[in-house]
Design a protein around this ligand. Sequence first.
Ligand code: 5AD
Ligand code: SF4
Length: 466
Amino acid sequence: MDIRENQEIQASIAWVRAENARMSGEGKHRFVYVQTFGCQQNEADSEKLIGLSEEMGYTPTSDPKEADLILINTCAVREHAELRALSAIGNCKRLRESNPDLIVGVCGCMTARGERVEKLKKGYPYVSFTLEPPTLHRMPVQLAAVMRERRRRVALSEDNGEIAEGLPIFRTRRHRAYVSIMYGCNNFCTYCIVPYTRGRERSRESDAVADEVRDLVAHGCRDITLLGQNVNSYKSDTDFAGLLARLCEIEGDFILRFMTSHPKDVSDRLIEVIGKNVGKIEPHFHLPLQSGSDRILSEMNRHYTAGHYLGIVDKLRAAVPDISLTSDIIVGFPGETDEDFENTLKILRQVRFDMVYSFIYSPRTGTPAAEKEKIDAVPEEIKGERMRRLLALADEIAFAANERLVGKQLRVLCDAVSRTKGDMYSGRTDAGKLVHFAATPEHVGKFVYVKIDRADPYALHGSITE
Ligand code: 5AD
Ligand code: SF4
């Protein structure tokens, strides 16, 4: 579906824009505030929500108090994320009290969960509408209906969603961008809620992806992350390896990243394309392992063994010797024994990941593992203890990996002033590592070369050489 051709959405955009123009004419400038939780896919979705809002006459603001439209883009992957989003939604209560015309829309994965939608309906009367991830592009339709009919639209949708091309996107930064290449997931890992919230896998046409990347590069973008719940199961007129090879042919000074990949879909051809395009494709692979135990991997429905995973690592290192490897690990999956957990630590020592994102298993209602958690849960204190051990080992390995870079000169794309380091700037190496260094505003958005002076487990510190 091309959004420019979708009459219902266009009519809604035009109607809200006219309303907003009328109110702006009366001196009430219209603002939108978007708060985002969760993964990069959500960040990319929020850029589309802001883009659509701008089309309707709203100006983005970072102050919720001046907003006329608040959109909370939620995550449901773990309970903690849901609770944070619910608390942000709760904060809208007093905002609505001081501005009765405020419209609050809740988007993202939580809105595809029946029990949460019920909760929003009953316990959060100031939520005006919900919008599930596969129907994100229908935000103007929901908004126009709420404004016109003055009634809430908080309900589950039946729609698995088509791919909407031509959506306006508000790019947060000029030099870095996300490009969604596929949506949804068919894998049904037994712990994961995503296949239920984001629907079935759908891939964009490679022409549409290539056009978007070409346009970004032409407008000065230097760092492009291809996004999908399972990017390497991308399938349209070509597969993911074919898509990457095609994007590498685009002229320009830019680097391609991608996430997240599934080990079962890492083909030899993909590794070959990555190996042949070092400098254009990041020398980094984020490959979630989840567990080092074959028994748990099978319980998780992951379709690979630890041995198969190690085989991929060997091939990746043969193709790109300095490749940075990062991973996701779940600790305390139901039924995980000490031996299973030791197997996970063993793989960490064997692979020596540059960074591990670790999560304590969080039961998600409606998934098979949540049923197993009821009868075979790992006790909380053991989950905590395993998490501490995993973090300690992962940090030690990450620190050693970063220390090996001390003394090296690396290409870094300079971002803004570092949030944590006073007036120092930060950036990312080609492999995606965070670097802090002294710079000036003119460096922002440009590639610079930084000599690494010092390392810690999560970042590098250095100085610009050119
Ligand atoms: N509990 C804990 N971690 C989870 N993840 C996904 N679902 C759950 C869950 N129910 C983790 C996986 C995934 C990452 C994005 O979040 O490791 O790769
Ligand atoms: Fe969830 Fe597994 Fe799909 Fe990743 S591949 S989104 S973990 S079901």
